[in-house]
Design a protein around this ligand. Structure first.
Ligand code: FES
Ligand code: FES
Length: 162
């Protein structure tokens, strides 16, 4: 049988990597299979829940819909890079301090999307946060705590940059 895989090369959490993928494989599946990065998770598999959120070239994407082949030449970031130096990101700290999770299944996606929000808006209102995170679903219904966590993270980041 002929080999239908293609080689892709990209920067993953700051390091150049390469692997071979089938044309139909998603980036989420490839990150889990070839790089043991399990922080992003598949729940709906349809771009509806945000559990699989990844960063590609500085923008958040649904990893369950993003074809791995499209990542060739890209810069990809996952939740695992946030504490790679042993220090938690302010958004991670805020989620812990506010108890903004129960089972944690949605949490990496919530944190990735919250970081993107804070990149665009340093002082989001409650309604800004609810609107921006409307595509991130939490079966444990930790939404109020998530809003508190994002507001706390925004405060921490503003203090850090002051
Ligand atoms: S698993 Fe990708 S959006 Fe739900
Ligand atoms: S903390 Fe359980 S799904 Fe969100």
């Amino acid at each position: 049988m002929s080999d239908t895989t293609i080689e892709i090369r990209f920067v993953l959490n700051g390091a150049p990597v390469r692997t071979r993928v089938q044309p139909h494989e998603t980036l989420l599946d490839v990150l889990r299979r070839d790089f043991a990065l399990y922080g992003a998770r598949e729940s709906c598999g349809q771009g509806l829940c945000g559990c699989c959120t990844l960063d590609v070239n500085g923008e958040t994407v649904s990893g369950c819909l993003y074809l791995a082949a499209m990542a060739d030449g890209a810069t990809v970031g996952t939740i695992e890079q946030l504490d790679a130096d042993g220090t938690l990101d302010p958004v991670q700290e805020a989620f812990i301090e506010c108890g903004a999770f129960q089972c944690g299944f949605c949490t990496s996606g919530m944190i990735m999307m919250s970081r993107e929000l804070l990149r665009h808006n340093a002082d989001p209102s409650e309604s800004d946060i609810k609107s921006y995170l409307s595509g991130n679903l939490c079966r444990c219904a930790t939404y109020p705590e998530v809003v508190s966590a994002v507001r706390l993270a925004a405060c921490k980041r503003r203090k850090e940059s002051a």
